[in-house]
Design a protein around this ligand. Structure first.
Ligand SMILES: [Zn+2]
Ligand SMILES: [Zn+2]
Length: 286
């Protein structure tokens, strides 16, 4: 870059910061101002892997460049007591982790599921922006947040393959990306900040593929969801997953029927175990 270009670029950055081109909130689409120190705090968080991002203040700092302060509010982290199997957070904030009623009763093909935040209005809106309004700027904070939760609940040496829950090719074509894969595709770089070695972990987009177009599950009952999802997936290369420890990634865990079906297919094809990590999780047991 030429010296004059660098000066020009600095001027542009400065004017953005000073509000000549204020950022637009991804959710409410209004412009807002960000004080300089907020930028600095967000940058400091990205450089400090030990910061607890489940702290609401820190989470808001991380979202500074994407959401206005009003739209940042309402964040709620998933915390113990939770179900050690499906990760659901109990409404009662007393006591220790214990299996939930559903996990005691029904078959779970995954070993454990964990999430970062409660899937409430705030997170619903945020994920909606990311998934349906193509706000892929959110890839950066989501990737970072998800990784911080990954190392909270897992030792990276206990996972061989990281794979997203797949979209059907038709939806992939319409949308142009698999939002779950975007959240992990740069994990090797993110891991370096955390001083974690991910070189032996395979991060792959197409471990599981959709075999049929399933109807959108929004508004369906648990039973309908299970029927809708049955046999919707296949393992692309079974030899690849034999004896492997797999971490499935998705944006949100609501009824769990999708990840459970993916886990079932993987286990049937010889995976050693399947775990699940999502950005958000519904608080209602599935
Ligand atoms: Zn807003
Ligand atoms: Zn459970």
């Amino acid at each position: 870059m030429k010296f004059t270009d660098a000066i020009l670029l600095n001027r542009v950055i400065k004017s953005v910061r000073e509000g000549v081109f204020p950022p637009i909130c991804l959710k409410c689409r209004k412009s807002y101002r960000i004080p300089n120190e907020r930028y600095e705090e967000a940058r400091a968080l990205y450089a400090n892997p030990n910061a607890n991002l489940r702290d609401p203040i820190r989470f808001r700092r991380l979202m500074t460049a994407y959401l206005c302060s009003q739209c940042q509010s309402g964040f709620y982290a998933v915390e113990s007591p939770l179900c050690p199997r499906c990760g659901i957070m109990f409404k009662s904030r007393e006591g220790s982790d214990h299996l939930c009623g559903k996990c005691l009763k029904s078959a779970r093909h995954f070993r454990k599921a964990r999430a970062f935040a409660v899937y409430n209005e705030m997170f619903k809106d945020l994920i909606y922006c990311y998934k349906y309004r193509n706000k892929i700027q959110l890839e950066k904070p989501f990737s970072f947040i998800l990784f911080s939760i990954f190392i909270r609940y897992w030792d990276a040496r206990d996972i061989d393959i990281i794979a997203p829950v797949p979209l059907h090719w038709r939806r992939m074509y319409q949308r142009g990306f698999n939002q779950a894969f975007l959240m992990v595709r740069k994990w090797r770089t993110v891991a370096k900040t955390f001083q974690i070695d991910l070189t032996s972990v395979l991060i792959e987009r197409e471990i599981i593929v959709r075999t049929q177009q399933t109807a959108s599950q929004v508004g369906m009952s648990v039973k309908d969801r299970q029927a809708n999802i049955k046999n919707a997936f296949a393992v692309k290369t079974p030899e690849k997953i034999k004896g492997k420890r797999i971490l499935l990634i998705d944006d949100v865990l609501t009824t769990g029927s999708t990840v459970n079906e993916c886990a079932r297919i993987l286990m049937n094809n010889g995976a050693r175990y399947v775990d699940v990590l999502t950005l958000a999780q519904a608080i209602k047991s599935f």
